[in-house]
Design a protein around this ligand. Structure first.
Ligand code: SAM
Length: 285
């Protein structure tokens, strides 16, 4: 694969330098040197984690319980499912059929392995695909779910692009990285000015949601511990191992430094930002 192709195609947790992770998975500008090799280092971390972003089972369930008018056997699309932690939670919560979509083949393979020989295997369809060009027929889904992934194409863009796939009065549930306070200190503002410049104050999404033709059902912040239990804590452990494995590789060490910087930022500034779930109902216009 040519490096140029990689930079066009991939969305990974890299910043402009190509060597910095961020709470948001962002589009990579032109490839840094030896990007292919560094991509492997990234995915070696991420595929080992229970989740590839902040979130937890209780929040997934809390958001799901807000959906008052789902059919008995809903058709669900889980966009940017990663290794499928929340996909399996959803499968436990209702007798639904889920299409779990991600563009990273090894994540989809892990999900397939995890559901193999479980009672969910015939209800979860694993699909490799791009969230920006999904080929499902209009009106296929009762619910589109996406934890920590819609920001990859942009929250607002996702609301418009995915809406036709929903049945009339279908639901959209997205967890999105947002500012919780408007007076965040400069250090963390500077950090996100590079990592996720489009990050919005969490109440401002209300207007975006209504103008995109949805009714807001509810929204709530994801608790801070959800950054740690299945994400940062196992990531710290994995990074400690990988620092030894890649001890002579400066690019890999820079990636680890940068992911650790992200965690340090979170330790310092978690009251100022985090994920918020948005639960929306498509308006029947
Ligand atoms: N939902 C999972 C979770 O909360 O653990 C994963 C969230 S992770 C922050 C973002 C996911 O989006 C990754 O699994 C990544 O591979 C996937 N992704 C990135 N770009 C994508 C694209 N263009 N189309 C589909 N999935 C994409």
């Amino acid at each position: 694969m040519k490096l140029g192709e990689v930079s066009e195609r991939l969305m990974v947790p890299l910043s402009k330098s190509g060597l910095r992770a961020s709470g948001a998975w962002v589009r990579i500008p032109p490839s840094p040197p030896r990007f292919g090799e560094m991509e492997e280092v990234f995915y070696e971390i991420f595929k080992s984690l229970p989740r590839q972003g902040a979130g937890d089972e209780a929040s997934t369930e809390r958001a799901f319980r807000k959906l008052a008018n789902l059919p008995e056997h809903p058709e669900i699309l889980d966009v940017g499912c990663g290794t499928g932690n929340q996909t399996i939670t959803l499968a436990k919560l209702a007798p639904c059929n889920i299409t779990a979509l991600d563009n990273h083949v090894p994540f989809i393979d892990i999900l397939k392995r995890n559901i193999h020989h479980t009672s969910y295997s015939d209800r979860i369809r694993c699909v490799v695909g791009d969230m920006a060009s999904m080929n499902f027929a209009d009106g296929t889904f009762d619910l589109i779910w996406s934890e920590g992934a819609a920001n990859i194409m942009g929250f607002e863009k996702a609301l418009y692009a995915w809406k036709p796939l929903l049945r009339p009065e279908g639901y959209m549930v997205i967890s999105e990285l947002v500012w919780f306070k408007e007076d965040a200190p400069q250090e963390i503002r500077d950090y996100f000015a590079e990592a996720y410049p489009d990050m919005k104050y969490y109440e401002h999404h209300y207007l975006t949601i209504e103008s995109a033709g949805y009714k807001m059902v509810d929204y709530f912040p994801v608790p801070d511990k959800s950054w740690w239990t299945d994400y940062y804590t196992p990531a710290e452990k994995k990074i400690a191992e990988m620092r030894l494995k890649y001890k002579d590789n400066r690019d890999a060490q820079a990636i680890f430094d940068s992911f650790q910087l992200e965690m340090e930022m979170h330790r310092k500034y978690s009251p100022y930002y985090g994920y918020s779930f948005y639960i929306m109902h498509k308006e029947n216009k």
